[in-house]
Design a protein around this ligand. Structure first.
Ligand code: AGP
Length: 364
């Protein structure tokens, strides 16, 4: 790659550090404070059409799929439209029922991932309306879609996606807010979300300043054979994404589970040698999440929590700034990017070029 490293040792580190600016870019020029609404020029969806959507299906692969999971949650909570995400690679092989009242959204950093492109083409053959949430301008998926939202993360060189994940989730927050304000989201709630979005760049900056502490923790956990990541509802996709990051660059085996599913099986794995990373936001599920930490502690499991306040049952807590409940997931993923990075570094891995992986998978 030929992009300037800007004083960083790896592209991954550079791209993690760029996130305050990247988030600023995805927001810029898109918010209308007079009405607490969002302007998305390329969406190509008029308000009347937006009101007829009965369901939203989000498709992507890997990290983009995880961003889509968070996006689905944002759309459900702000626009009250039933939404879910599925790996595009699975969707295209199960002869899906294509429903005319469903809006399909394809998510991709590169805009060239073959499984996603093939899903979009199949959907379009069947008459569906497909939007793109894409980073690379003019890419194949962006061209194929009927409209969409550009993510504006800037070029992402490292094989593992970091800043594009964050920006994609913010793009979904804008889309959810837009659809919500056309439908039933109040102006007050619109304003509240907008204020939350505007706080993100600075709050991400605060998290990045904790790098030394996160590095120390990563070095402590770097010897683990395997790690468990847990979260609940909004926190679960954060756990999935954090575990993918760790796998991709450190080659430590990691699993992500909804915290609520622990007792249905994975609790059997918990012992001192299997550390757990727990996403514990200060929201309506705080007590539920704390109960899961207790279950793990009772089995002598080590716990690293990412939370808004130190967690008594955890061995360590990475404290992150609080935003609106809907937007907390965006911030909680950031320290875990640095955690994966420093774990891999401590293990001497080639961070920008993890084994067996390519930046974009343009073949079947
Ligand atoms: C992320 O760290 C990955 N290397 C990978 O999962 C990636 O997100 C996936 O291949 C999809 O790529 P895309 O966003 O360019 O479509």
């Amino acid at each position: 790659a030929s992009f300037d490293m800007g004083g960083h040792d790896t592209y991954m580190h550079k791209e993690i550090s760029e996130q305050p600016d990247a988030v600023d870019r995805v927001l810029r020029g898109r918010i209308d404070d007079r009405f607490s609404t969002v302007h998305l020029g390329g969406l190509n969806l008029d308000p009347r059409e937006a009101r007829t959507i009965r369901r939203i299906k989000i498709l992507g692969c890997g990290t983009s799929y995880h961003a889509g999971l968070i996006g689905a949650g944002l759309i459900e909570s702000m626009a009250r439209i039933p939404a879910d995400a599925e790996p595009a690679s699975e969707f295209r092989y199960r002869n899906p029922v294509v429903d005319p009242d469903t809006l399909y959204i394809a998510v991709s950093q590169s805009g060239e991932t073959y499984d996603v492109l093939a899903a979009v083409q199949e959907l379009k053959r069947k008459g569906a309306r497909v939007l793109g949430v894409v980073n690379v301008v003019g890419s194949a998926i962006a061209r194929e879609a009927d409209g969409g939202v550009y993510v504006h993360a800037g070029p992402e060189v490292c094989v593992v996606s970091t800043k594009c994940f964050t920006n994609t989730v913010v793009a979904f927050a804008l889309l959810a807010l837009h659809l919500g304000r056309i439908r039933d989201l109040s102006v007050t709630d619109g304003k509240r979300i907008i204020e939350g979005l505007r706080k993100l760049p600075e709050q991400i900056g605060e998290i990045l300043q904790n790098e030394d502490e996160i590095k120390k923790l990563a070095e402590e956990y770097a010897g683990a054979q395997s790690m468990m990541f847990i979260g609940r509802v909004r926190g679960y996709p954060v756990a999935l994404e954090a575990s993918l990051k760790l796998k991709e660059i450190s080659y430590i085996h990691a699993e992500a589970y909804p915290a609520s599913e622990l007792k249905h099986g994975p609790l059997a794995l918990i012992e001192p040698a299997l550390p757990t990373v727990a996403i514990v936001p200060d929201d309506d599920l705080l007590e539920k999440n704390r109960a899961a930490l207790e279950e793990i502690k009772a089995r002598s499991g080590r716990i690293l929590a990412v939370a808004h306040q130190p967690q008594e049952k955890a061995d360590h807590t990475i404290v992150v700034p609080k935003n609106e409940d809907e937007l907390d997931a965006i911030l909680m993923g950031i320290p875990l990017q640095l955690f994966a990075y420093h774990t891999a570094l401590a293990m001497g891995r080639d961070i920008d070029k993890p084994r067996n992986l390519a930046k974009s998978v343009t073949v079947e």
